[in-house]
Design a binder for this molecule. Structure first.
Ligand SMILES: C[S@@+](CC[C@H](N)C(=O)[O-])C[C@H]1O[C@@H](n2cnc3c(N)ncnc32)[C@H](O)[C@@H]1O
Length: 350
């Protein structure tokens, strides 16, 4: 049995304050259960030579195991611990981490704006949603299709692209759509990444009802030439209309950070701007569920001070999804600031 020590990204403390260790432990357990055959045990905080780590035990991790763990949202470095805990002679041997990352990380970090979902949290949300899906064992091999139906300026979309996945998004805010379209097109050009972009206006009954940007791209020019591309598809419209824009059972994962009801509210056609995202979820969840393929999963983050977990779970269950309300999936609630206590709820499509 090996003992391992995970060094957490320094930024995690800034993002999560005192919750960073608990969130790392919960994410590690989700990886352990979903893709490492339950072989990770005893994840807990530990201080080694004055530096805080999360340590755990596991049967010797092979290259595939560490390639999976390399994608932990808070992973900075991983070590195998030699020698007895706390005794002199204890030594840390670095374990090579090769994350899925396809592009330079400025794809995810450059954009800064009010209302952005923190990129580390976005990766956590995407990871734990993926790990709850029936396709989790294929994390390293499958080109997942991901929809963020409240995509803002694309933090989830960028993380999905980073993983080599296809990404789609919907947002009602025209400024967010324009800002993201401008960012991604400029970024692709500046990085000389082969791509093809198309913009369209969506019409119904003779009226323009939305806009759409579709891009096909490839990290490798040879892949692009051979048609091995990633797709990005962003729609500027109400998310309750999601089923008008995509075919049923198109997505493996639906991942959304709902409006927090503090500066940014939730909009529904029926009730306008509301503090709680419950009406928005209730209006849109049935469409989101239709777009998920069987075995897929939907992961939502929201502010529990404006909508309770049971309420969110009830809405997803009414849409025909099975909320995952057990184990590490109950361990993601954390305080962001005085007005926001954030949680993650994941539900599977049977
Ligand atoms: C918390 S923000 C998501 C931010 C995003 N993850 C990012 O990092 O840019 C929630 C988003 O929901 C969008 N929204 C609210 N009501 C909506 C609706 N009915 N249809 C589509 N988008 C909506 C808002 O415009 C906002 O961009």
């Amino acid at each position: 049995m090996g003992r391992y020590a995970l060094l957490i990204l320094p930024s995690a403390n800034r993002v999560y304050a005192e919750a960073s260790i608990a969130l790392t432990v919960a994410e590690l357990e989700a990886f352990g259960q979903a893709v490492l055959g339950g072989r990770i045990a005893g994840a807990c905080p530990a201080t080694i030579a004055g530096v805080p780590y999360v340590t755990f035990t596991a049967d010797r991790l092979d290259a595939r195991d560490t390639a999976l763990l390399a994608n932990l949202s808070s992973a900075y470095a991983l070590f195998e611990v030699d020698g007895e805990s706390g005794k002199s002679g204890e030594a840390l041997r670095p374990v090579e981490l090769r994350p899925l990352d396809r592009f330079d990380d400025d794809l995810i970090t450059i954009q800064k704006y009010q209302g952005k979902t923190n990129e580390q949290f976005t990766k956590l949300l995407l990871n734990v949603t993926l790990l709850a899906s029936a396709f989790a064992p294929d994390m390293l091999d499958r080109k997942f299709t991901v929809l963020d139906p409240l995509c803002g300026r694309g933090t989830t979309l960028n993380q999905a692209l980073m993983y080599g996945f296809d990404a789609a998004g919907i947002d009602l805010d025209a400024k967010d759509f324009d800002a993201y379209a401008a960012f991604i097109e400029t970024w692709l050009k500046r990085k000389r990444i082969k791509h093809h972009a198309e913009r369209a206006r969506l019409r119904a009954g003779g009226k323009v009802t939305g806009r759409r940007l579709r891009i096909s791209l490839a990290a490798d020019a040879g892949d692009y030439k051979s048609g091995i591309t990633q797709r990005l598809d962003v729609v500027n419209a109400d998310t309750a209309r999601a089923a008008e824009f995509f075919r049923p059972e198109t997505f493996d994962l639906v991942v959304a950070d709902a409006p927090y009801g503090v500066q940014h509210g939730s909009r529904t056609a029926a009730k306008g701007l509301a503090r709680s995202p419950a009406d928005l979820l209730a209006a849109a969840a049935p469409a989101w569920a239709t777009l998920l393929r069987s075995g897929g999963a939907c992961g939502i983050a929201w502010n529990t001070l404006v909508a309770r977990r049971e309420q969110a779970a009830g809405i997803l269950a009414d849409a025909g999804l099975d909320p995952v309300d057990a184990g590490s999936y109950l361990g993601f609630r954390h305080r962001v600031d005085q007005a926001i206590v954030r949680d993650i709820l994941v539900a599977r499509k049977p």
